[in-house]
Write a protein that binds this ligand. Structure first.
Ligand code: B12
Length: 223
């Protein structure tokens, strides 16, 4: 498949998410698998731009909550088709590190977090996904119990970003800060914010998340 055909397929994916057309999104996801396309690229260049456009339409007052929900559902259905393929054949890979991930309390957005989870899993990391609206105490308890290397926190609301900061403070209070690397992300989160709260890393998208976590894992091993 040449670049132009790929672009056309990505456009169709984007449109399916914008329209909230579940059937089309699922078919397109299956098509990408059949064509043996790079699924990471398919997600980031096809489906993600769709949900981002939906975000803009909502900001512009063109879309309301029902449209948002149906586009989010559409995105999930496409991901449900792609996820098993992404993680296929990865069983034999050596686990690079163990990661506890979730969306912080008060925040139910989980599409971005799920993408990050899938991509990390596809790259050989062991993932313990706590879901969305997760109590900060639960992140810490699970990370301790499972002897995790990383705690990854997603936040999509400016009001819940503070949960990322709070978790780092809690780790310090409990003298656990050195035990876990904390990586943060989510649409309102920036590298500056990550630095200001003392996080170990930040990723602006799922690929960047994999990159930073691989880098931190290497640093950890070299120590
Ligand atoms: C879809 C959506 C919803 C869906 C969520 C469905 C679901 N299951 O997730 C529904 C309809 C339920 C929803 C609800 C609400 N939403 Co909403 N929603 C969105 C929307 C349009 C898209 C979010 C999304 O999925 N993006 C696509 C994914 C792929 O991108 P992403 O999440 O940013 O994730 C990527 C990166 O950020 C990064 N990443 C994400 N997490 C992590 C974690 C780590 C560790 C790392 C390294 C990287 C990383 O990688 C991801 C992949 O590339 C955004 C608009 C926007 N601009 O973001 C609003 C938005 C986030 N929502 C908003 C609001 C206000 C709400 C509601 C309060 C609305 C209401 N009045 O009820 C509720 C929130 C309820 C709650 N308590 O959480 C606001 C937030 C405003 C703010 N500044 O705080 C936004 C920005 C829209 C807006 N402009 O007003 N929403």
């Amino acid at each position: 498949m040449d670049e132009k055909q790929k672009q056309q397929l990505w456009t169709k994916m984007k449109e399916a998410v914008i329209k909230g057309d579940n059937q089309a999104a699922v078919e397109l996801a299956k098509e990408a698998i059949q064509l043996k396309l790079d699924l990471t690229e398919t997600i980031e260049k096809g489906f993600v731009p769709g949900i981002r456009r939906v975000g803009q339409l909502w900001e512009e007052g063109e879309y309301f909550l029902p449209e948002l929900i149906s586009s989010a559902e559409c995105m999930k259905q496409a991901m449900a088709v792609l996820q098993p393929e992404l993680t296929k054949n990865k069983d034999s890979l050596e686990t690079k590190a163990r990661i506890v991930i979730g969306t912080v309390e008060g925040d139910i957005h989980d599409i971005g977090k799920n993408l990050v989870s899938s991509m990390l899993q596809a790259n050989g990391f062991e993932i313990i996904d706590l879901g969305a609206d997760v109590k900060l105490e639960k992140f810490i308890a699970t990370a301790q119990e499972k002897k995790a290397d990383f705690i990854c926190l997603s936040a999509l609301l400016t009001t819940t970003m503070t949960g990322q900061q709070r978790l780092i403070e809690m780790l310090k209070e409990q003298r656990l800060r050195e035990k876990f690397k904390v990586v943060v992300g989510g649409a309102p989160v920036t590298a500056q914010w990550a630095e200001s709260i003392g996080a170990d890393g930040y990723g602006e998208n799922a690929l960047a998340a994999v990159r930073i976590i691989e880098q931190l894992t290497r640093q950890r091993r070299e120590k």
